[in-house]
Design a protein around this ligand. Structure first.
Ligand code: COA
Length: 386
């Protein structure tokens, strides 16, 4: 009998050269480059191309990719019409998943995937990748207006990905500090080895489904609160705590009750997630930018992190990427239920890099199971049952 490991802990699901984690030391690399250096020196556009192609692009390659992204932002008005039919109370991740899945119908072209050459057709793969990375932020921003009863704001091609997203979402051109903070957030969330949503993308990609369906599967997986949906939960959780003084009592009650503390813990990291360290510094930066006033939620979050560390460090449970990102987005004026959508528009780069890698040496995923059911037995006609 094969050994069953719940949650496939420690089971390699694929070979990959896209990113790597040292969970003991708290180190994350994209294509060998430490996340701290990429956060400081790179941009979302450059990091995406690094993830996709495997090397830091030349100035010309980066300019071409950037131009392609800027030129592919518009979506057909039928997609807007479709989104207008969805309930305004729908969660933005549900809307994003629906809209991205629908792109497959509005923009066909994936039939070629069934020809043996398509998996090696890097132009096809690159073009699909560009379309998805360019359009997901647009869809997220469109929904923010549609759900409030307004027509979406048209994308602009004179802005970077981060600037255009904030412009379309908030309705005004962002100041450069805000835009750079968003850009860094997109770099930080772009890739993270074989997590649940990337695994979902690989499994879906391995069936030669269209890349839109691959990304729709990944979006649905990211939405769960144990994965990307945790950033929304963190802010809701912090709202339950009135002041830093209440943190210890609140935490002890939760832990006694065996409840999760959102934004803490990670299968891979046994120390603080390096992305959480950078995000915490970004909250500091934003607060400093706004005259030094510390948001009460940030103070509560820091007090909770310290109290949790004293109680959970022995289990290797520390702050993860979702702990501080929500506070940052809230400070930027983004509604809580849109946090995970922002995670998704960035992670699309990683998902698509893995899709490409999967196609380059594809074999359909078909794991086995440990059967725990009844032994073979004869059917009992309805008239002879109990
Ligand atoms: N709050 C309290 N205790 C936690 C915890 C948390 N957020 N995360 C893990 N633990 C504890 C578990 O209760 C368990 O304790 P036990 O051994 O006494 O039973 C131990 O740490 C191991 O946790 P486990 O759930 O087995 O880890 P996992 O690898 O299966 O799960 C997560 C990883 C991320 C799903 C889990 O840490 C979690 O649910 N975190 C909160 C959700 C979250 O922030 N997700 C975003 C991840 S980036």
């Amino acid at each position: 009998m094969s050994e069953y490991l719940p949650g496939l802990e420690g089971v390699p699901a694929t070979k990959s050269n896209i990113s790597d984690i040292d969970g003991e030391k708290g180190i994350l690399f994209y294509r060998g480059y430490p996340i701290e250096q990429l956060a400081e020196l790179s941009t979302f556009e450059e990091t995406s191309l690094l993830l996709l192609d495997g090397y830091l692009p030349t100035a010309h390659e980066l300019a071409m990719f950037d131009e392609q992204l800027r030129g592919n932002r518009r979506v057909k008005f039928n997609i807007r019409s479709l989104m207008k039919c969805l309930p305004p109370t729908g969660h933005p991740m549900e809307i994003l998943q629906t809209a991205v899945a629908s792109l497959s119908a509005f923009y066909p072209g994936n039939e070629c995937l069934t020809s043996p050459e398509a998996c090696e057709d890097l132009d096809y793969i690159h073009n699909m990748t560009v379309k998805i990375i360019a359009r997901m932020p647009v869809i997220v921003a469109m929904w923010e207006h549609i759900r409030n009863g307004y027509d979406p704001i048209e994308p602009r091609s004179d802005l970077t990905s981060a600037e255009n997203f904030l412009y379309m979402f908030l309705g005004e051109e962002p100041d450069p500090v805000l835009a750079r903070i968003m850009d860094i957030c997109l770099v930080l969330h772009a890739e993270h080895t074989i997590n649940a949503s990337t695994f979902a993308a690989l499994v879906t990609g391995s069936t030669l489904a269209s890349p839109y369906q691959v990304i729709a599967a990944a979006i649905g997986t990211l939405a769960g609160p144990l994965h990307g949906g945790a950033n929304e939960k963190v802010v809701q959780m912090l709202d339950e705590i009135e002041s830093p003084k209440q943190v210890e009592k609140w935490l002890d009650a939760k832990l006694k009750n065996k409840e999760k503390i959102w934004g803490l813990g990670h299968r891979e990291y046994k120390t603080k997630d390096p992305r959480a360290i950078i995000l915490q510094k970004l909250v500091d930066k934003l607060i400093e930018e706004r005259g030094g006033q510390v948001s009460p939620k940030f103070e509560i979050a820091m007090a909770l992190e310290a109290a949790a560390e004293a109680r959970l460090a022995e289990k290797g449970v520390y702050a993860n990427v979702d702990y501080y990102s929500g506070i940052l987005y809230e400070e930027m004026g983004i509604p809580t239920d849109q946090f995970t959508s922002i995670f998704a528009i960035s992670r699309a780069a990683g998902w698509l890099a893995h899709w490409r890698e999967q196609l380059s040496d594809n074999r359909i995923f078909r794991p086995t199971q440990v059967y725990t059911g009844e032994p073979p037995r004869d059917y009992v006609p309805l008239s002879k049952r109990g």
